[in-house]
Design a binder for this molecule. Sequence first.
Ligand SMILES: [Zn+2]
Length: 285
Amino acid sequence: MTSDPTITPRNRLWTPWRMTYVGGAAREPGCVFCNRLEGDDDVGSLIVHRSRHAFVILNLYPYNTGHLMVVPNAHVQDPSQLDRETQGDMATLIGNLTGLLRRVLNCDGFNIGMNIGHAAGAGIAEHLHQHIVPRWVGDANFMPILGSTKVLPELLPATYGKIRAEIERDLLSATELRVLALVGDKPAIALGTSGLPIVGLERDVPIWQSVVSTLSEDLHGIDILGWAGDAGTRQDEGFVPVLAVRATGVRDDAARISALDDPRSWALSEDERTIVLRGLARFGW
Ligand SMILES: [Zn+2]
């Protein structure tokens, strides 16, 4: 599925971001999955989660919004080569992910499966991977069957941010996150007196929806931009995830706005400590 020859980057209407976000998807030496696993840029690699024996990665060439792959850490071709622990890890992840995807993407169903070997249509046959493709009633209209052009309603960085936020809550016990807001031509905007605004994570409410409703008090035209890293203080280990949004404007009565000079080197005063942002994702600045 990852190397469908009928789908070329030229035909993809949503690819312009790839140049800055992923940094090129040219053919690379070695195994694509092992390379991602060994790297340390999970945002650039589209890895949304690492568990003990497997990891979860967004498909760079998705068949639908939210197309994930569950990949064993072990470089094997066939499920019979997986040890029991890895099989259990992958099965648990799939159970977690379908529930999470239903919540965040409001999808109606899934196609879940593996293509084992080139004969079965595997794009990357040397390292097995299980696809999870969210489905909506009527979405076949958007599938790449006709014309080899398809329109995805959401950019990959936004999907990545939404899904990773849910994983931070469901699998890593996050109870809150902060938001980095970009407004118009200003490089960055902070809301609130305590630096980046904090959003509490409500059970059963998609995190991106909580973010939009919290920030709507001060901003309008809010879209989820993507994952922005983790924010916290150097003094303690209390880092919380940060989601980036873009807004079309600031409300006239907004009272909690302050501009930030350089989003690449965060240092916000909070209770005489310094909030730092690590693992800052790239959004073209
Ligand atoms: Zn591999």
